[in-house]
Design a protein around this ligand. Structure first.
Ligand SMILES: [Cu+2]
Length: 497
């Protein structure tokens, strides 16, 4: 450093400052992004993210009780008495699978799966949930049943998690017959995996023309693949020549392949909705989305032979007393985009009031200060997710794209949507109604529905660890207010995923 030239005094100091400025220029936005990602102790899902109107007219984004109707008021008729009542008690415990193996996790009424609830279409169902001993708290979500919003069982969105020693009562009308399931929506990526779920069957007014009706609920406990809680093969009875409806329920985080040996089969329902004109299938498997349900119908051989329904290869349901040779997994799948025959869907999706995009990607960033390569929705990382805003009565379409290398079983609460297109190809078969849809890497789907169930509804990935990593958005009705908070509450912590 010289003393006779003031300029030269500045130069060396600038040489020091420049890298600091450059570092700050790099770090400040990073620090800002980090700071911005920090979540408060508790927050409303309505206060994060951004409003997406889907190209439709403005709506009321209700942020205070004065601006809208509370989620908690969206209930079944409180004056109507229940037609059927259950008490479901959740426990954390060590328990035995139906096939005898010991495992640690969660039970409902002492078992996992919990009891299969069979109700009649039109019944007002009342369920008393008791949390005997689940430390994080529990809820029950009625997966696929389009219940009133306050009965949807999402901790921090439609209710507070039920702490140990407390109860919560769910009431809803079982108005659409089909195969459904219930599971906790509190810390669900742990509670569901470890057993906090069961099956709900809504039987139609008019009995189904079949000789047998069985449930095949597939779940992996601690690495052990099971059907109805049995590892390996479980047997159910059936008479020769009879038809049997098999309700396959995938409660895991990944897709399930199901196939049949000893008979052809028909795919008679998906996600609780009957298919129109289902034709016999042989030599093909059917894919059951994580969270999704597929009902198949098999016809028992008249010669006394049995029928085998393989679920993923490690567990199987054996139907009837006869023997049957197990076929290897077929390489071809039933394509539900082209299966069965078309019929009216009851509305015109070409006339959509709102057209949303749900583009799934990945990007580096922070969630609550944690750096990572996170899931993104339309380029945004949770909780900066879109709020898909609708008004009651809107016809709504979604264009879903998967730009990641993982399958995402996308699950919209409170509604059934019809699949219109996959990768631009129009659906030509039976109307394919879904509440859970596998979106494979690189695929896109167009789906549509009528917004007929006011509330604040999760629209998330049912690979539950993905949801816990932020693959979550909400469908929000105009003028609905959210009184619940995700995060710490006086009664405990609400953590829906
Ligand atoms: Cu996912």
């Amino acid at each position: 450093m010289t003393t006779d030239n003031p300029g030269s005094r500045r130069r060396p100091s600038w040489r020091l400052v420049a890298p600091i400025v450059a570092t700050l220029a790099l770090l400040t936005p990073l620090a800002w992004t980090w700071w911005q990602s920090l979540l408060p102790d508790h927050y409303s899902v309505m206060e994060f993210g951004y409003v997406d109107l889907g190209g439709g007219p403005p709506v009321t984004h209700a942020l205070s009780p004065a601006q809208g109707r509370s989620v908690s008021t969206l209930v079944a008729d409180p004056e109507r008495p229940a037609d059927v009542t259950y008490t479901l008690t959740a426990r954390e415990q060590s328990f035995h699978l139906a096939s005898g193996e010991r495992t640690d996790g969660f039970t409902i009424n002492g078992n996992s799966p919990g009891p299969t609830l069979r109700v009649r279409q039109g019944d007002l169902v009342e369920v008393h949930l008791v949390n005997a001993s689940v430390p994080d708290g529990v809820t029950l979500h009625w997966h696929g049943v389009d219940v009133p919003n306050a009965e949807d069982g999402v901790a921090g969105v439609t209710q507070d998690a039920v702490p140990p020693g407390k109860t919560f009562t769910y009431r809803f009308v079982a108005d659409h017959p089909g195969t459904y399931w219930y599971h906790s929506h509190q810390v669900s990526h742990q509670q569901v995996r470890k057993g906090l779920f069961g099956v709900l069957v809504i039987e139609p007014h008019r009995p189904i023309r079949s000789d047998g009706d069985v449930v095949a609920v597939s779940h992996v406990y601690d690495g052990k693949a099971t059907v109805n809680g049995h590892t390996g093969a479980a047997r159910v009875g059936a008479s020769p020549g009879g038809t049997v409806r098999v309700r396959i329920i995938n409660t895991d985080n990944g897709s399930l392949s199901a196939w049949v040996s000893g008979s052809s089969y028909r795919v008679v329902a998906v996600d609780g909705y009957d298919l129109n004109g289902p034709t016999p299938v042989s030599g093909k498997a059917v894919l059951v989305t994580a969270g999704g349900r597929v009902d198949i119908e098999v016809t028992m051989p008249t010669d006394g032979g049995g029928v085998r329904v393989d679920l993923g290869g490690a567990a199987a349901l054996l139907i009837g007393d006869g023997s049957v040779a197990a076929k290897p997994q077929p390489t071809a799948f039933v394509d539900l985009l082209r299966y069965g025959s078309p019929t009216s869907i009851g509305f015109d999706p070409g006339d959509a009031d709102r057209q949303f995009r749900y583009s799934i990607g990945r990007k580096p960033g922070f969630i609550d200060g944690r750096p990572g390569y996170w899931w993104s929705v339309n380029g945004h990382i949770y909780p900066d997710a879109p709020m898909f805003m609708v008004r009651e009565g809107d016809i709504v379409s979604f264009h879903i794209e998967n730009h990641t290398n993982a399958v995402h079983p996308m699950h919209l609460h409170g509604h059934h949507a019809v699949v219109l297109r996959r990768n631009g190809d129009r659906a030509t078969g039976s109307p394919w109604w879904i509440d859970s849809l596998d979106v494979a890497p690189g695929d896109s789907y167009d789906i549509a529905f009528v917004a007929d169930n006011p509330g604040i509804w999760m629209d998330h990935c049912h690979n539950l660890p993905h949801a816990a990593q932020g693959l979550v958005a909400h469908l929000v009705y105009s003028g609905i207010y959210e009184p619940y908070r995700v995060g710490d509450r006086p009664s405990g912590t609400n953590q829906p995923e």
